[in-house]
Design a protein around this ligand. Structure first.
Ligand code: IPM
Ligand code: MN
Length: 356
């Protein structure tokens, strides 16, 4: 197959983790006989530094013209003074909206070998394997009106959801549950928020079309606690944009490092794939970042945008083998001798070539 994709290295450690993932992509292409065309585009701080907006129109056009985009990270403290929409992060929100990728899939699992050394007790973390399905183009992030009035010392945002928006993300969660353990936990704050009351009733309605999937509703505060006390209770977590943002960082604790977490953002057209960690400016350019979240995002890209299940399984297996072997970047628990970002990429790539 010819794999034409768009690369957005972005800011901070983004270029390093994307380069490592490209080594893995080359190894997959060589092993399975695919050809790759990967064109690099600017976004975020990298685009602002080049005198362009955080999301240059050519970048969005390039992403629309390929089936999938692999993005490193976006965010640069040099632009913290700009209004939210003009900041690097504004570019990220604009590309999500521009591609219409309303469903953000964030899987978290404890890799064998990391249970004993992670932040959670081994007995709590062992066997944890969950998928957060986060609504990505609605809620407080995009709701209008929104305003900050510095003179009056007042600001507001709007949390807004329509039945159609809730229905389509709920279907993604129930469909995903059918490929897993057939359990959906819908997370809201229906004891306080009207948006959550609508959320709960729409999700309950959608669930009637999935009689083979069990549905549970949980308040977000209670979910936040259960995630780290009983992570194995969860299979698929379905939630709105801001709750999903917060819970997915918390879920990183289960895995042991946010550097391990991949994500896929899907709509009806091209997909966007990015690690959950940010640009990590404190370690940028030092070859210290963990590329495994980006490499696992590449696996999701091959799986969801190209239907290459076998190739994706190989990447996941190579990540598991590398971790089981004791290879560790500095962020990972139990890193006695840490290896660099590029070396980690090379080792996963070498395992792709070697796996039987
Ligand atoms: C994430 C990030 C983004 C978000 C930021 C950088 C806008 O935290 O992808 O989780 O809040 O969605
Ligand atoms: Mn986040």
């Amino acid at each position: 197959m010819h794999l034409s994709i768009t690369l957005i290295p972005g800011d901070g450690v983004g270029p390093e983790v994307v380069a490592a993932a490209c080594d893995v992509l080359d190894a997959v292409a060589a092993r399975f006989g695919h050809t790759v065309a990967a064109a690099t585009q600017l976004m975020g701080g990298a685009a602002l530094r080049a005198g362009q907006p955080a999301l240059p129109p050519e970048t969005l056009a390039a992403c629309r013209a390929t089936r999938a985009t692999l993005l490193g990270a976006v965010g640069d403290p040099a632009f913290d003074h700009l209004p939210p929409k003009e900041r690097p992060e504004g570019g990220l929100l604009a590309i999500r909206k521009g591609l219409g990728v309303f469903a953000n899939l964030r899987p978290t699992r404890i890799w064998p070998g990391l249970e004993e050394s992670g932040p959670l007790k081994a007995d709590i973390a062992r066997g944890a394997d969950l998928l957060i399905v986060r609504e990505l183009t609605g809620g407080l992030y995009f709701g209008e009106p929104r305003q900050i009035d510095r003179l009056a010392g007042e600001a507001f945002n709007t949390m807004r959801y329509s039945t159609a928006e809730i229905e389509r993300i709920a279907r993604v969660a129930f469909d995903a549950a059918r490929t897993r353990r057939r359990h959906v936990t819908s997370v809201d704050k229906a004891n306080v928020l009207e948006t959550s009351q609508l959320w709960r009733s729409v999700v309950t309605d959608v669930a009637t079309q999935y009689p083979d999937v069990a549905l549970q509703h949980l308040y977000v505060d209670s979910c936040a606690m259960a995630l780290v006390t009983h992570p194995t209770r969860f299979d698929v977590i379905l939630t709105e944009n801001l709750f999903g943002d917060i819970l997915s960082d918390e879920a990183a604790v289960i895995a042991g490092s946010i550097g391990l977490l991949p994500s896929a953002s899907l709509g009806t057209g091209p997909g966007l794939y990015e690690p959950v960690h940010g640009s990590a400016p404190d370690i940028a350019g030092q070859d210290k970042a963990n590329p495994l979240g980006t490499i696992a995002s590449l696996a999701m890209l091959l799986r969801y945008s190209f239907g290459l299940e076998l190739e994706a399984d190989h990447i996941d297996a190579a990540i598991g083998a590398t971790l089981a072997e004791g290879d560790r970047t500095a962020d990972l628990p139990g890193a006695a001798i840490a290896i660099g970002c590029r070396e980690m990429g090379r080792r996963v790539a070498a395992r792709i070539a070697a796996l039987t």
